[in-house]
Write a protein that binds this ligand. Structure first.
Ligand SMILES: Cc1cc2nc3c(=O)[nH]c(=O)nc-3n(C[C@H](O)[C@H](O)[C@H](O)COP(=O)(O)O)c2cc1C
Length: 224
């Protein structure tokens, strides 16, 4: 795995889930850039429900590893993000802060602000596209996690998304409020041996369907 900066196509192709990390720290400016780019992820009504606990202290990483089935990445990586989704973003004060942010950039006018004030509570009252609020927070936070992982790789930094942890233990150990969901852990750093062999991906035709679920889909271009 290379640690040189690369473009987005190479970052996607080269990103791997790193199971072991070297001790080398991530420079602060690199970390800032990864975080800045990660936060460009899209979200419904721009509500940005993702929240991240940045764990760098050795004792805290050891504590987190105990909540994560003793997975070595958690203590080896110089930085581990506890990636959370905050269900409280449906509260009116928070909605006002999103409106204000958009107004400062001339992206939200008074009419659209009123639309947001009426539609966002309706979205959460009905939840037409999600079964539970946890589904909603996960949907958004994991998009940000994907952005973070690709941004990190483009800056030469490896990562490992992790669902191998006990939610209640992580919440208790890191003072995560009841209304906040832990969506995944994301160790960040520079990968070391051993690398896991690339497990491959299914072909486009196996996972893309045409018009109706299960129907054959084929692109007319010849694969390169
Ligand atoms: C949501 C999610 C949870 C994962 N949890 C773990 C984990 O707990 N431990 C681990 O070592 N890898 C974990 N992985 C990494 C996957 O095993 C890995 O992405 C997959 O095998 C494909 O390998 P690649 O990412 O290197 O291409 C997780 C990946 C995702 C997306």
């Amino acid at each position: 795995m290379s640690n040189n900066p690369v473009g987005v196509k190479e970052a996607i192709e080269q990103r791997r889930a790193a199971r072991a990390f070297r001790e080398d720290p991530i420079p602060e400016e690199t970390l800032r850039e990864i975080f800045r780019l990660g936060l460009r992820a899209p979200s419904g009504f721009n509500l940005q429900p993702w929240r991240f606990v940045v764990v760098r202290d050795a004792d805290n990483k050891a504590k987190l590893r105990q909540c994560a089935f003793d997975q070595r990445q958690v203590t080896e990586a110089p930085v581990v993000l506890i990636c959370c989704g905050d269900r409280r973003v449906k509260e009116s004060d928070y909605i006002e802060s999103v409106i204000e942010l958009g107004k400062q950039l001339d992206a939200v006018n008074d009419r659209y602000a009123d639309y947001m004030r009426s539609m966002i509570p309706q979205l959460f009252a009905g939840g037409p596209s999600f079964g539970s609020l946890e589904v909603w927070t996960n949907r958004h936070t994991m998009l940000a996690v994907a952005h973070l992982a690709i941004a990190a790789k483009s800056l030469g930094v490896d990562s490992c998304p992790m669902e191998g942890f006990v939610t209640d233990q992580v919440k208790a150990a890191f003072q995560i409020p009841e209304e906040v969901d832990v969506c995944c852990l994301l160790p960040l750093g520079y990968a070391a041996e051993p690398y896991k062999a690339y497990g491959g991906r299914f072909d486009i035709e196996q996972v893309f369907y045409g018009e109706s679920f299960g129907d054959r889909f084929q692109l007319s271009l010849t694969p390169r």
